[in-house]
Design a protein around this ligand. Structure first.
Ligand SMILES: [Mg+2]
Length: 383
């Protein structure tokens, strides 16, 4: 079997109401832009994967995919390591092409008539979800939001910190804790990894080491599960010091790139939980290598799953094949962020089950059906 073609299509699906992500100050996200990648073989099997393409970066991704064609077309879709080795040439002068690997895995699954996670080596058939909020909202509203999550079956929620003061930040967690007690585990994401952009926008100053440490201490008292990205992503020294000085697990790595960078993060003991993204950090098989390095150190690997379209499924299959994974992110913040737009190109959107888990689909590949009608309706670019 050979790869006969690589295609891409961008779709923009409107959100029910605009989203104001806590990590992009002053930005309003009116729609979900999804880049769908297709790998088509000479034997008639097509595999797909998708990634996020927000805020005008689409032309860069399109150029990357066009350039990647010459490295992928004509290859055996099972030759993943060889193709990735070639794609590293694309990444050298363009942006991240790793989503292509995931589409190849979908082809492999379909060719073998097996779900992707079973080909990788299944650890589990179900993964526990945490609802990942996007916005900062008034504490009273968040109490109601948290109660609704409990009713829906969620066992955990991730709260965003982006206030000017630590007191305001902590008040959010206190509100959620007061509303649901121990019914939800609470994670906190400070999103300090993207610090440079935040400073340019006049957003509150990047956290100092002392603020990160004090926040961690407060969250320990509130029995929180982890603190994510409390410092800039290349502040390896600060992250390692913080990890050694507090008992709450420090998590991060969603924007870090490449196996070598994660090796460094692990060697410096920056995190007790690493969160590589299977379209931004590396593709699925390469992240399994990172997970293996983490496993050897007793570090958890909970993939970052803010990847729209098929992206949540890509992360789900990855999570199900990693032994040192205990939670998967589920982007969800009604009434703004809903599966209808975030996963909008799928016929059957994935939703939490009554006990807070998500069961892996039994169908071959990633196990989805594309909503052709919706893709056609919201398509903005095709190649
Ligand atoms: Mg995060």
């Amino acid at each position: 079997m050979k790869v006969a073609n690589l295609t891409y299509e961008a779709v923009r699906i409107p959100h029910q109401r605009p989203i104001y992500p806590s990590w992009f100050p002053e930005k309003e996200e009116k729609d979900q832009c999804i880049l769908l990648i297709g790998i088509h073989t000479d034997e008639g099997i097509s595999g797909y994967a998708s990634m996020e393409a927000p805020f005008g970066i689409l032309p860069i991704l399109v150029a990357t995919m066009e350039y990647a064609k010459e490295f992928v077309i004509g290859e055996d879709p099972f030759a993943i390591e060889k193709i990735i080795w070639k794609l590293r040439n694309v990444a050298r002068i363009s942006t991240r092409p790793w989503v292509i690997e995931n589409a190849l895995l979908d082809v492999m699954g379909k060719a073998c008539n097996q779900p992707v996670y079973k080909i990788l080596g299944a650890m589990r058939d179900r993964v526990k979800l945490y609802a990942s909020w996007a916005e900062k909202r008034p504490d009273e509203q968040r109490k109601e939001d948290a109660k609704r999550l409990v009713e829906q079956g969620f066992k955990a929620v991730k709260v965003r910190f982006c206030s000017a003061t630590m007191k305001e930040d902590i008040a959010q967690v206190e509100a959620v804790r007061a509303a649901v007690g121990g019914q939800l585990e609470i994670m906190v994401d400070a999103n300090q990894g993207t610090a440079v952009e935040r400073q340019q926008k006049g957003f509150p100053e990047l956290w100092s080491y002392e603020r990160a440490k004090q926040t961690a201490r407060e969250l320990e008292n509130l029995n929180c599960t982890w603190l994510e990205e409390p410092l800039y992503r290349y502040n390896f020294e600060g992250l390692a010091k913080l990890s050694s000085e507090v008992s709450i697990p420090i998590a991060g790595g969603e924007i870090n790139r490449g196996i070598a960078e994660f090796k460094w993060l692990l060697e410096q003991h920056c995190f007790r939980i690493i969160q590589p993204n299977c379209t931004m950090s590396e593709g699925i098989t390469q992240i399994r290598k990172i997970a293996a390095m983490a496993e050897a150190q007793g570090v958890t690997c909970n993939p970052h799953a803010w990847i729209p379209g098929i992206g949540l499924l890509q992360s789900l299959h990855l999570a199900a094949s990693i032994c040192n994974c205990d939670y998967l992110e589920y982007p969800y913040d009604p009434p703004a962020l809903l599966p209808g737009s975030f996963q909008g190109i799928l016929v059957n959107e994935l939703t939490v089950e009554a006990d807070g888990y998500l069961t892996l689909p039994a169908a071959p590949g990633f196990g989805y059906t594309l909503d052709e009608e919706k893709i056609h309706k919201y398509s903005i670019l095709k190649g």
